[in-house]
Design a protein around this ligand. Structure first.
Ligand SMILES: [Zn+2]
Length: 208
C-alpha cells in the first residue's frame, strides 16, 4: 500500500463499537505513518490528580495521557481528535513519545474505514484498590483481548537499566518488540495512557 498523496485528513470521528466516539481512517493509511499528535494542556501528575481524583472509583473517563514521570497531557483542555482514539489489545497504531511530545503512528497498513486504536498499557499499581481490571475493562473485541486496559509494570530488568536518576527517562520505555537496531534512536514508545496516581483516570473520555 502506498501512502496517499491527497491532502485529505487521515481520519474522522464518529461513534465506535468499542466505546463512545472513535477515530476512523478516512483513507488507506500506510504502516509507519504518523497519523496525529496527542495534544492538550501539559500538567503535573499532582494537578491531574487534583482534577480527576475526586471522581468515583469506577469512573475511568478522562483525557489524560502520561508523558513522563513529571508530565501529563490533559486532552480535555485544548485537545484535538486524538483524544477520541480508543484502546485495543490488538491495535493498528501505537503512541510514540518524542521529546516529550506524543504522536500516534500506524503499526500496520490500515484500510480506509477501520477504527484507529492503540494499546493504552496503563500500568497496575500495588496500591490499586481491588477491581481495577474491571474499572478499566476492555471491550475491544480482539481475539487476544486481555479483558482490561491495565498491564503489569515494566519488569525490574528495565528499571535496573534506568538506574541513573538524572539520566533515566523513568516513565518511558521501549517496547520489547521494537527493533533494537539503532540504539541512538531517540524515539521511545509511549508506555501508558494516563497512569495517574489515583488511578481513577485513564485514556477514555467521558461522553454519552
Ligand atoms: Zn481488549
Amino acid at each position: 500500500m502506498r501512502p496517499s498523496l491527497s491532502n485529505k485528513p487521515y481520519f474522522f470521528v464518529r461513534n465506535s463499537r468499542i466505546h463512545g466516539r472513535g477515530v476512523f481512517a478516512a483513507k488507506n493509511i500506510a504502516k509507519g505513518t504518523r497519523v496525529t499528535e496527542y495534544v492538550g494542556e501539559r500538567i503535573s501528575h499532582a494537578e491531574a490528580d487534583r482534577r480527576h481524583g475526586g471522581k468515583a472509583d469506577d469512573d475511568n473517563h478522562t483525557f489524560l495521557f502520561t508523558v513522563t514521570s513529571r508530565s501529563v497531557i490533559d486532552g480535555g483542555n485544548g485537545g484535538n481528535d486524538a483524544r477520541w482514539i480508543n484502546h485495543s489489545c490488538d491495535p493498528n497504531c501505537e503512541s510514540v513519545i518524542e521529546k516529550s511530545r506524543v504522536f500516534v503512528e500506524a503499526v500496520r497498513d490500515i484500510p480506509k474505514g477501520e477504527e484507529l486504536c492503540y494499546d493504552y498499557m496503563i500500568e497496575r499499581d500495588p496500591n490499586d484498590p481491588p477491581g481495577m481490571d474491571q474499572v478499566f475493562g476492555c471491550r475491544c473485541g480482539a481475539a487476544n483481548c486481555r479483558g482490561t486496559m491495565l498491564v503489569d509494570p515494566a519488569p525490574p530488568a528495565r528499571k535496573a537499566k534506568a538506574k541513573s536518576k538524572t539520566k533515566a527517562k523513568t516513565k518511558t520505555k521501549t517496547k520489547a518488540k521494537a527493533k533494537a537496531k539503532t540504539k541512538a534512536k531517540t524515539k521511545t514508545k509511549a508506555k501508558a495512557k494516563a497512569k495517574v496516581k489515583t488511578k481513577v483516570s485513564a485514556g477514555k473520555p467521558s461522553r454519552r
